[in-house]
Write a protein that binds this ligand. Structure first.
Ligand SMILES: [Zn+2]
Ligand SMILES: [Zn+2]
Length: 393
């Protein structure tokens, strides 16, 4: 059995287990403001804290999820190793033994069809179905309209795509408003056979190599639905995969989060859809390093270029450019090439390129060079480069 990820939601929010909904909401707002990525650009630990706070709030703010978390010490819709053996729960007559296998295969079924390293976290997938059974929820239909869940995709782009922007299509599997009933879930046709179980009253569900036989969550085992739309079974929405055009603006950073409004899951019974969020993951470049809108690069410089001063060619994201280094340049010295960095995705103002000099020592391979270097050593022999050091030890 794979390890269950440890989630310390109360500790994350810093509230007692007895905290009420209002207290949790207050604390969440405070922490979310404090750790919001927009206020902590480039701060990975703040980003991590922000995610943890979000996750904790997601569970503790929902009474059903919180109940499950309090009871079992975890809550997850997308992938975990199952409740600890011996957990109590479920309905009479329904036995669940989650131990002995993990759900990773099952969870991976929710991955987007986009490929190329894009991953989707589809909330509202198979786990919810299992756990709505587990909790005795879903007996009969849920009539209340509920806003659609947001969808999260991670998109890998390379260094140049991030700088220049890119346009691509991603296959997104999402719930869409049912075309037959236009989201009402109702057919007006009286009793129909339940589409989810095809009238049998039970459904089977795969989890890894295991098959569960469950009471149909849609009709509660009766095999019939009153007045329900035959296409969507009364949910008002159907799952489908569609291509969504994603435009990554020039200057996108690693971890930029792009919102595509209304492209999350449709709400049930005509409620508002959720949004689609695309998080960009930018692959690093061999020489150019990004620091926000600045580009940093280390450039090798010979001793004589550094000593005498020189005009050297350095690579920039626009191609070659000339950099003048003054006489007596030292190793590690940095030079700024103004507006040779990345155009900001919002303001289009370009950052700078910072060139760091990396002195390479000469490797004399011919007699004349060796002689000249020896001569230089002779001329400068009174100079001890470690003098300052000796003065301090
Ligand atoms: Zn329908
Ligand atoms: Zn059914």
């Amino acid at each position: 059995m794979a390890a269950t990820p440890k989630h310390e939601y109360y500790e994350t929010l810093g509230v007692p287990r007895t905290a009420d909904a209002e207290e949790i909401r207050k604390v969440y707002r405070k922490l979310a403001r404090k750790y919001h990525p927009d206020l902590n650009p480039g701060d990975k630990s703040a980003e991590e804290r922000f995610r943890n706070v979000q996750e904790a709030y997601d569970v503790l703010s929902d009474s059903k999820k919180r109940q499950m978390y309090d009871q079992f010490g975890f809550y997850s819709e997308n992938g975990f190793a199952g409740p600890p053996p011996g957990s109590q729960g479920g309905q009479p007559g329904q036995q669940f033994d989650f131990s002995g296998f993990d759900f990773s295969d099952f969870a991976s079924g929710a991955q987007g069809a986009g490929g190329g390293g894009r991953r989707a976290t589809e909330t509202g997938g198979g786990f919810r179905d299992i756990f709505s059974q587990f909790f005795g929820r879903g007996q009969g239909r849920q009539e209340e309209p509920e806003k659609g869940a947001d969808l999260e995709y991670v998109m890998n782009i390379d260094f140049w795509q991030a700088i220049r922007g890119t346009q691509t299509r991603v296959n997104i599997t999402r719930y869409e408003t049912c075309g037959t009933c236009h989201g009402t879930g109702s057919s007006g046709a009286g009793e129909v056979s339940c589409p989810q179980c095809k009238g049998t009253g039970h459904v089977s569900q795969m989890a890894g190599a295991m098959r569960f036989n469950l009471t149909c969550p849609k009709c509660g085992g009766s095999g019939k639905l009153r007045n329900a739309c035959p296409t969507c079974g009364g949910d008002g929405r159907v799952s489908h995969t569609e291509q969504v055009e994603i435009r990554i603006p020039p200057g996108a950073r690693d971890g930029s989060r792009l919102r595509v409004p209304g492209k999350g899951n449709a709400g049930t019974h005509g409620a508002q859809p959720g949004d689609l969020y695309i998080t960009t993951k930018v692959e690093p470049h061999a020489f150019f390093h990004r620091d926000g809108d600045n580009i940093e690069i280390k450039v090798p410089v010979t001793v004589w270029e550094a000593a005498l001063g020189a005009k050297i060619e350095v690579p920039t994201i626009d191609g070659r450019t000339l950099l003048k280094i003054p006489q007596g340049t030292t190793n590690g010295q940095k030079f700024r090439l103004r507006e040779k960095g990345v155009a900001n995705s919002r303001t289009s103002v370009r950052g700078d390129q910072i060139v760091e000099v990396s002195l390479s020592a000469p490797d004399p391979r011919d007699e004349r060079t060796r002689k000249l270097l020896a001569e230089m050593a002779e001329i400068n022999k009174g100079e001890d480069p470690r003098a300052e050091m000796w003065a301090k030890v």
